[in-house]
Write a protein that binds this ligand. Structure first.
Ligand code: ZN
Ligand code: MN
Length: 146
């Protein structure tokens, strides 16, 4: 990949061609894809990559702080090329995950730290609801039933 926008290493973490391809796909993705989607995209460039390799490298990249994992419990995690602090909202109907520009006030951290005794390192905020498209669809379905 000669014209790669990414260096061979980021802070000593070796960017193999697989990792570089995963990073690029994720940073160019407008939403928050799951590993299967990322695998489909990366495969266009590296046809022999396996889904397992994509999973392993996603975890490694997240450990290095180069990407973020958005764990969703019973659903497959989503992955985010954006690593600066921000929250997310997920649509319960279509699964769309969007960025929420939210800066938690310091009092929230103080309250949590005081009530738990934790030294807080990170906070992930995930709102759940219905996205505008799904709200419109629900209204249409409601109208059709009448
Ligand atoms: Zn939706
Ligand atoms: Mn995000």
């Amino acid at each position: 990949m000669p014209e790669s926008p990414f260096d061979e290493e980021i802070r000593g973490f070796r960017l193999t061609p697989q990792r570089r391809a995963i990073l690029r796909v994720l940073r160019e993705a407008a939403d928050h894809p799951d590993a299967t989607w990322i695998y489909e995209q990366v495969r266009k460039e590296l046809p022999h990559i396996s889904l397992g390799t994509v999973y392993r490298n996603l975890s490694l990249l997240a450990e290095e702080g180069l990407i973020r994992e958005i764990p969703l419990g019973h659903q497959p995690s989503r992955w985010d090329g954006r690593t600066d602090p921000h929250a997310h909202a997920i649509c319960q109907r279509c699964g769309r995950v969007v960025d929420v520009e939210l800066c938690l006030p310091q009092e929230v951290f103080t309250q949590v730290a005081e009530s738990t005794g934790f030294r807080l390192l990170d906070a992930r905020v995930l709102f759940e609801g219905l996205c505008p498209a799904c709200q419109a669809q629900e209204r249409e379905e409601g109208a059709a039933e009448d």
